[in-house]
Ligand binder design. Structure first.
Ligand code: CA
Ligand code: CA
Length: 193
């Protein structure tokens, strides 16, 4: 009975560790909303926005839905005319990974997608406008890495830009659960003596 209870507690602890968070430090020239979604075609739930100020970096953290792929959806737009850009640094916890295989990434043209008509639509090319520090914006801090890139669509102009970053759910190695489970059983046996 005690063993059963401990296995149940262990299972609960393992399940809890499967959850994760996404932390964001970003800004857009000039305006954006950031959403978290479990469907690439659905905008999702708003958790961060930056209103009309490219030089203020917003930070936010959101809980991810465990066990499935999540998506960071950023809907950005220019408000005051050229120039236009998005820049940010993104971090994950729990069993989530970016396309680069790690829990940290900076805005770049390789690990994100973009289109001008809506989330889940066919992708268009992202243009690299230079590393953090590049004129006319200069260096942006408050959590944005010096390696982050200023990016936008190839064409400038009005209208929303839909950026997406997939957050892959990584299934833990079964060996880890077995080792933990085995250790717990051994621990209980020692205590029982
Ligand atoms: Ca901002
Ligand atoms: Ca602008």
């Amino acid at each position: 009975m005690k063993l059963f209870l401990n296995v149940a507690v262990l299972a609960t602890a393992l399940t809890a560790s499967y959850a994760g968070t996404l932390s964001v430090a970003m800004t857009v020239d000039d305006d954006y909303e950031a959403y978290i979604s479990t469907d690439p075609n659905v905008q999702g739930t708003l958790f961060l926005e930056g209103q009309d100020s490219w030089n203020s970096v917003e930070i936010g953290t959101v809980n991810l839905t465990p066990g499935v792929k999540n998506y960071l959806h950023i809907r950005g737009r220019d408000v005051f005319g050229n120039p236009q850009m998005l820049i940010g640094t993104f971090k994950l916890t729990g069993n989530f990974r970016f396309a680069n295989g790690t829990q940290s990434m900076d805005s770049n043209i390789f690990d994100m997608t973009l289109n001008k008509t809506g989330f889940g639509q066919p992708h268009i090319t992202i243009k690299d406008l230079g590393a953090n520090g590049t004129s006319p914006w200069g260096s942006l801090g408050n959590g944005i890495s010096s390696n982050a890139r200023f990016i936008w669509s190839e064409d400038f102009g009005p209208g929303d830009r839909y950026f997406a970053i997939p957050l892959y759910n990584v299934v833990p190695e079964p060996a880890t659960a077995l080792i933990l489970g085995g250790a717990m059983v051994a621990f209980r046996r020692r205590r029982a003596r």
